[in-house]
Design a protein around this ligand. Structure first.
Ligand code: NAG
Ligand code: NAG
Ligand code: NAG
Ligand code: NAG
Length: 218
């Protein structure tokens, strides 16, 4: 936990300092005879409610108990709970909007080439929205593609960061028959609006993730 937080703080500090100096927005030139992909984010939408359940960064939520009654949640009062009092962060709960909580957090990222990533908050943490890997489909992840997003929804405007790893399973063929794969990253302008309850909706204008490195795949 402490380690994760300090790594993230480091990453955020890094992305804000690189933002003020040179942001590298141009892709590398690929080795001769090799194709190079273009990664354009055509749609970016992140909803993070002020009372969305957060079982990894919010200690109050981690400690909280709710009243699980049938297939839903009732008022978390042990005296009136007609089901059972359980930790709201336990895995396998019927939904992730316990009594008193707002709608769950969601993240949608769409690329111009058709790749679609969708995260919807679930109690166990494969995809920690705003803190790394996003969910672009299990099959895709099996091929090694990783789209990671880092950012904060707390500010009206800030710098988001995205890392893109194409993965060996998506390697491209060069003219001479060698296989090549790529990765890239970018800092981008993130704009968040907050309603009267401080629910945040964050968006970004269309942006490219430049390709910054390649690797041969054997
Ligand atoms: C193909 O070309 C690249 C450089 O453009 C080289 O690194 C690689 O070894 C070549 N592969 C073969 C099979 O010759
Ligand atoms: C428990 O009580 C709530 C309201 O008091 C009611 O809506 C719910 O249907 C009850 N659930 C069960 C399993 O009896
Ligand atoms: C905003 O947050 C409040 C408090 O958690 C919640 O009741 C409401 O449904 C949220 N509104 C939207 C549009 O998500
Ligand atoms: C999500 O919203 C909560 C409540 O406003 C906030 O504390 C948290 O920092 C937000 N998460 C991120 C990654 O910005």
């Amino acid at each position: 936990m402490v380690t994760i937080t300090s790594i993230l703080t480091g990453l955020l500090a890094l992305s804000s300092s690189t933002a003020s100096s040179a942001i590298r927005r141009r892709s590398i030139s690929p080795p001769e005879g090799c194709p190079i992909p273009t990664w354009t984010v055509s749609y970016f939408h992140w909803y993070n409610g002020s009372h969305s359940l957060d079982c990894i960064h919010n200690q109050d939520d981690i400690n909280a108990k709710g009243c699980l009654c049938g297939s839903g949640w009732c008022e978390p009062d042990p005296a009136t709970c007609n089901g059972s009092m359980v930790n709201v962060c336990w895995t396998g709960m019927p939904n992730y909007q316990p009594w008193g909580y707002g709608p769950p957090q969601t993240l949608d990222i769409q690329f111009a080439d058709g790749l679609t990533c969708h995260d919807e908050y679930i109690g166990y943490r494969i995809h920690d929205i705003g803190h790394g890997e996003s969910n672009c489909g299990y099959a895709d992840r099996g091929l090694g593609r990783i789209v990671a997003f880092y950012g904060s929804s707390d500010l009206d405007s800030s710098i988001g960061h995205m890392d893109y790893t194409l993965g060996d399973g998506h390697a491209l063929k060069c003219d001479n028959g060698s296989s090549i794969t790529y990765s890239g990253s970018v800092d981008f302008a993130l704009t968040c609006t907050h309603d009267a309850d401080f629910n945040a909706t964050c968006t970004a204008p269309v942006f490219d993730v430049p390709v910054l490195s390649y690797e041969w795949v054997s």
